[in-house]
Write a new protein. Structure first.
Lengths: 437, 437
């Protein structure tokens, strides 16, 4: 391996191929990632729990076994709202400071069965909801937020500490940190990866999120969950893609450099021969972010009832304020929000017509300065409400060189097709910018 | 308490009032329920786990504390797919034979915070899905199924072993056993009681279910979850109720005695002055049970992936066959099923118009003979798909004296209003039939 750059820079797919060829051991790869963590963690602070010896022991055990899947021996980080049977799960809450589950969440159980190494637990906003911020910093600029609530997942993967991580998204908690950190992030179709064993927030919205540094690596994760299925008809080759450009009526909330970078990318795509069409904004999506907020607030009131009953004093004041500050939601109002979302979903998927994907911004700009905000979920909440799959690719850059995400969106259950489209774009527009170069 | 009938016959609300007055202790009540269990369990076999000393210890601890809520000191049974931190949770699967969670599911954590006593774990169909049947028998006729998959919950509550129990419903797993056992059962609006900590099956459908012997007791449970809210405008008093009769196009699948009993009840209601209207079947509900089945099967394939990967040999052959025997579900097919269900939901709620509730059968007949079937979910699956609240009241009886349920249905989020309607009907048409008299 001497001729390669540091091993921690390998993507999971690259490392997996080398392991398959017997040219790399899990122990070597995990060891390299741990070295990267050791070098960077004092600044980035992505990890809520890390036990290097335990990770190495898992890696050695993997090396001693026959390979069970392409994920065998590959280290994975877990947002600290996802239960793990051998590592604490604390939700960034003092209520769970001593909490050690004795079961894996469904999403982790599958990865473990496939032979993945649980590297550690990654920082999160309190309960992935609000209140206590994590200490995590953006690896591109330590004065900036990595975004959240899956803050550690975005920062650790983008910074080369671990090739893969899981997070969650109820508003914008996966796509936003992926965009701010320059990771490749995915929010799959709602419900396809069960939320079993993850702290819930709002059942209609809660989604497992995936973090990686390449689209191949997203496919590796999605495949572990049995969600890589034949895409028929096949996705057209570059540059025959047909993309629909969705600026949404919220476009004026995007910062000027983000708009400019987006327009610049459209120009590159157009020059290459990609067919672009502006998506007419369906009337049915009029107040989609408001409806998403109503559904999320209603969920929060139920989800955190046990903590409100047993340990209200240990909940952050801002968390409690967020729960208390609910809209006056009536049964009729909830039905209206949910039904309008259902109609919006159908309208969006119809409007998408024969496009190979919809493209938009992942976030209104680059990561803002400071750690007491995680940025806006303006361009995420609508897609979360619609339950459609989204991928963020680090293809847009601010004038100061900070990553901003290009968001690709598809119809529900077209997760694999969306990955194929993202892979095609990634291959045509490779980007090699990382925090380390 | 000497003048009362056996204490185990008290409903939770009655016992709670006596406890509040200092006339009954939790220990006395739990002890009485344990006596009933001791007498009947050899025949009924409702319990998957029972530790009488642990239950009594909890009761004594409750008696030593200030009352925390109306549920304080009240024993509750849990379907054995709902995790409990101090009792095993086995899912009726040998994979989990030694499984002792160290956390409560959300629904149990709330009850515990309110002071309830966890009486024990109740028998279930394997993973509440299929395969291994529970040994539980119908308390009205030991040769018959209690229904399922919440078999133990229905049987134990109806038989006086415990006043309250929780179950789940993904197809008909709460309303069906409530009907077959003569319990008062409720499937609340989807998502209002988080499914956190319960083994999931199909995310779009999975719902926590409630079992009791009176509507007041359902209200006690619903109140614990913060779901008792003002019903404005108030529910009209008896007999000014307006009910809509929904036979569904599946009516010919109801057995003749069930149809006759239903018609007999309609006649009683009409004679009393209740306004009855036949509900026109909205075109949008055409194939609702088929769509429910597609969504359920798609869920099952993901939900049980960890068990399929790690312990396929310990899954019942019928369980595996059920998972493998899936329809050829495509992305477009899944979207169609989900969108048609969304449209059906709106159509049903519009058609309901100003009725105070919709009424139908809870099941196509009384509990069938034998323990290797749990009866049909014909009249449940559509309402589960619609995510609307349903209550089963034991107001219909077969010629041989077996209970059949009257099902009341309302719009989403009208759980409290539905309880008020059920309470009004229960008060006007009291029924005192129990397995013990």
């Amino acid at each position: 391996m001497g001729s390669l750059s540091p091993l921690w820079r390998l993507t999971a797919s690259q490392a997996s191929a080398l392991m398959q060829q017997g040219r790399l051991s899990s122990e070597q790869y995990v060891h390299a990632c741990l070295e990267r963590i050791q070098a960077r963690e004092p600044q980035v602070q992505a990890w809520a729990h890390l036990d290097p010896q335990a990770a190495l022991a898992q890696a050695k055990a993997c090396d001693a076994q026959p390979r069970r899947s392409p994920l065998h021996g590959i280290p994975v980080g877990l947002k600290d709202v996802i239960r793990s049977l051998d590592q604490p799960t604390r939700f960034n809450s003092p209520i769970y400071e001593q909490h050690q589950p004795n079961e894996d969440a469904h999403c982790m159980a599958v990865l473990r069965a496939k032979g993945a190494v649980l590297m550690g637990k990654l920082q999160t906003l309190e309960f992935a909801c609000g209140g206590q911020f994590p200490p995590t910093r953006n690896p591109w600029d330590l004065q900036r937020t990595p975004g959240g609530s899956s803050s550690g997942s975005g920062a650790a993967v983008a910074d080369g500490m671990v090739p893969l991580a899981l997070g969650t998204q109820t508003g914008g908690s996966t796509i936003r940190p992926a965009a701010f950190c320059g990771a490749v992030g995915m929010k799959p179709t709602w419900g396809r990866i069960p939320f079993d064993g993850i702290k819930s927030f709002a059942a209609h919205l809660d989604t497992v999120g995936l973090f990686a540094r390449s689209v191949d690596d997203l496919a590796l994760l999605l495949g572990a969950y049995g969600l890589i299925e034949p895409s028929l008809p096949p996705v057209p080759p570059w540059p025959q893609l047909k993309l629909m450009v969705c600026r949404t009526p919220l476009w004026d909330q995007a910062e000027a450099p983000a708009q400019a970078a987006f327009d610049g990318l459209l120009e590159r795509l157009r020059s290459a021969g990609v067919q672009l069409r502006e998506m007419p904004w369906p009337q049915e999506l009029a107040a989609i972010n408001t409806w998403q907020d109503e559904v999320m607030q209603d969920g929060g009131r139920s989800a955190f009832l046990p903590e409100m009953l047993t340990a209200p004093d240990l909940l952050h004041a801002d968390f409690k304020a967020k729960l208390a500050n609910h809209l006056q939601l009536t049964p009729a109002g909830m039905r209206l929000a949910l039904d309008r979302i259902a109609q919006a979903r159908m309208a969006f998927e119809t409007t998408m017509d024969d496009a190979d994907a919809v493209i938009s911004l992942s976030a209104p700009g680059p990561a803002p300065l400071g750690l007491q905000s995680q940025g806006m979920a303006t361009f995420n909440r609508l897609w979360t409400a619609l339950q459609v799959p989204c991928i963020s690719l680090p293809l847009l850059w601010s004038p100061e060189g900070l990553p901003m995400g290009l968001q690709l969106i598809h119809r529900r259950y077209e997760d694999h097709r969306l990955i194929e489209v993202a892979r095609t774009i990634e291959a045509a527009l490779p980007q090699e910018r990382h925090p380390w170069n």
